[in-house]
Design a protein around this ligand. Structure first.
Ligand SMILES: NC(=O)C1=CN([C@@H]2O[C@H](COP(=O)(O)OP(=O)(O)OC[C@H]3O[C@@H](n4cnc5c(N)ncnc54)[C@H](O)[C@@H]3O)[C@@H](O)[C@H]2O)C=CC1
Ligand SMILES: O=C(O)[C@@H]1CCC=N1
Length: 268
C-alpha cells in the first residue's frame, strides 16, 4: 500500500532530519517540500526525483510544519490549500499551541510535536500533544512518521509542552555546552586541545549510554564515580555548591519554558 502523501513546510535542520528519515524507509514516499531557500541536500533530493520541491499546493494526507514559529502567523493562510477535510497537521514549532494551529489553519486535526536534533541520527526523542478530535489512526500515522527520528512519547497533556521544549527540545544544546566547557577547562589546565575535545565527547557519550542501559538512577551512577575524599568529590563540591549546576539548570529550563510561553503569546 502506498504511504501517506506528505507536504513538508520548511526543510531546515529539523524538517530535513524528518525527511531524511522518511526517505531512508522502505517504498517510495510521496514527499513535497515547500521551502523558499532549500538547502543543497534538499535540492539534490529534488534533482534525484526523491521529493518534489515547491510544487503547487493541493490537499495531502499529512502537512508537516517545520518553519520558525515567528514565520508561521504570516504564512498560515497560504498553507490552507494543502489542507483537506482529512488532512492531519503535524507541527514541530516551539511555542505554537494546538488552538492557534486550529484557528489559523481552519482544521482541528492537529498534533503538536517537540523533536530534538539527535533525531538526525535516529537517536532523538519526539513528544506529542494532540487536539481532542485527532483519531487513533492519525496518532498512529504521526508515530510512524516520527519513528525514524528515535523514541516517540505521548500524547501528553499540552500544558506540559513548554517544559518538554525546555528539557528535551533544547536539551541537546545544554549537553554540547557541557562538552565545550569540559574541554575548555581541561585545556586551561594544560591538556592539548584535540585530546581535551576527544575526551570530553567520549565521556559524555559513554556516560549517556551507561545511563540509558543501566537500571540505576543517574544519582546512583554519579555516586558510583565518587570515591569519598577523592577527585570527583572535589569537583562536585564546586558543581553542586549553592548557585551550581542544579540551580543553574533550574533557571535555564524555566527560562526556556517561559520563552516557549512567550512565543505562544506572540502568535496570538
Ligand atoms: N533545531 C532544533 O533543535 C529544533 C527545532 N524545532 C522547531 O523546528 C522548527 C524549525 O527549526 P529549525 O529546523 O531549527 O530551523 P531552520 O532555520 O534550520 O529551518 C527553517 C526552514 O524554514 C524555511 N522557511 C522559511 N520561511 C519559509 C516559508 N515561508 N515557507 C517554507 N519554508 C520556509 C527556511 O528556508 C529553513 O529551511 C522551529 O519551529 C523550531 O521551533 C523543534 C525542535 C528542535
Ligand atoms: O531553540 C528553539 O527555539 C528550538 C526549539 C527547541 C530547540 N530549538
Amino acid at each position: 500500500m502506498a504511504g501517506p502523501s506528505i507536504a513538508l513546510i520548511g526543510a531546515g535542520r529539523m524538517g530535513a532530519a524528518l525527511a531524511s528519515g522518511w526517505l531512508a524507509g522502505r517504498g517510495k514516499p510521496d514527499i513535497r517540500i515547500q521551502d523558499p531557500k532549500p538547502s543543497e541536500t534538499v535540492t539534490e533530493w529534488a534533482g534525484a526525483g526523491k521529493v518534489s520541491l515547491n510544487p503547487e499546493p493541493e490537499p495531502v494526507d499529512v502537512l508537516v510544519i517545520a518553519v520558525k514559529p515567528q514565520v508561521f502567523p504570516k504564512m498560515a493562510e497560504s498553507l490552507k490549500p494543502w489542507i483537506g477535510p482529512q488532512t492531519l497537521v503535524l507541527s514541530i514549532m516551539a511555542g505554537t499551541r494546538l488552538k492557534q494551529l486550529t484557528e489559523r489553519l481552519g482544521t482541528g486535526h492537529v498534533i503538536r510535536v517537540m523533536p530534538n536534533t539527535p533525531g538526525a541520527i535516529g537517536k532523538g526523542v519526539s513528544v506529542m500533544a494532540k487536539s481532542d478530535i485527532v483519531m487513533a489512526k492519525q496518532l498512529e500515522i504521526a508515530g510512524k512518521l516520527l519513528k525514524p527520528l528515535g523514541e516517540v512519547i505521548g500524547p501528553v497533556d499540552e500544558k506540559h509542552m513548554s517544559v518538554v521544549t525546555g528539557l528535551s527540545g533544547s536539551g541537546p544544546a545544554y549537553v554540547f555546552l557541557m562538552a565545550e566547557a569540559m574541554a575548555d577547562a581541561a585545556m586551561a589546565e594544560g591538556l592539548p586541545a584535540e585530546l581535551a575535545e576527544q575526551l570530553a565527547a567520549l565521556t559524555i557519550e559513554g556516560a549517556a549510554a551507561l545511563m540509558v542501559q543501566s537500571d540505576e538512577a543517574p544519582s546512583a551512577l554519579r555516586k558510583a564515580v565518587t570515591s569519598p575524599g577523592g577527585t570527583t568529590q572535589a569537583a562536585l563540591d564546586i558543581l553542586m555548591d549553592e548557585g551550581g549546576m542544579p540551580i543553574l539548570m533550574r533557571k535555564a529550563i524555566r527560562a526556556a519554558a517561559n520563552r516557549d510561553r512567550e512565543l505562544s503569546r506572540d502568535t496570538d
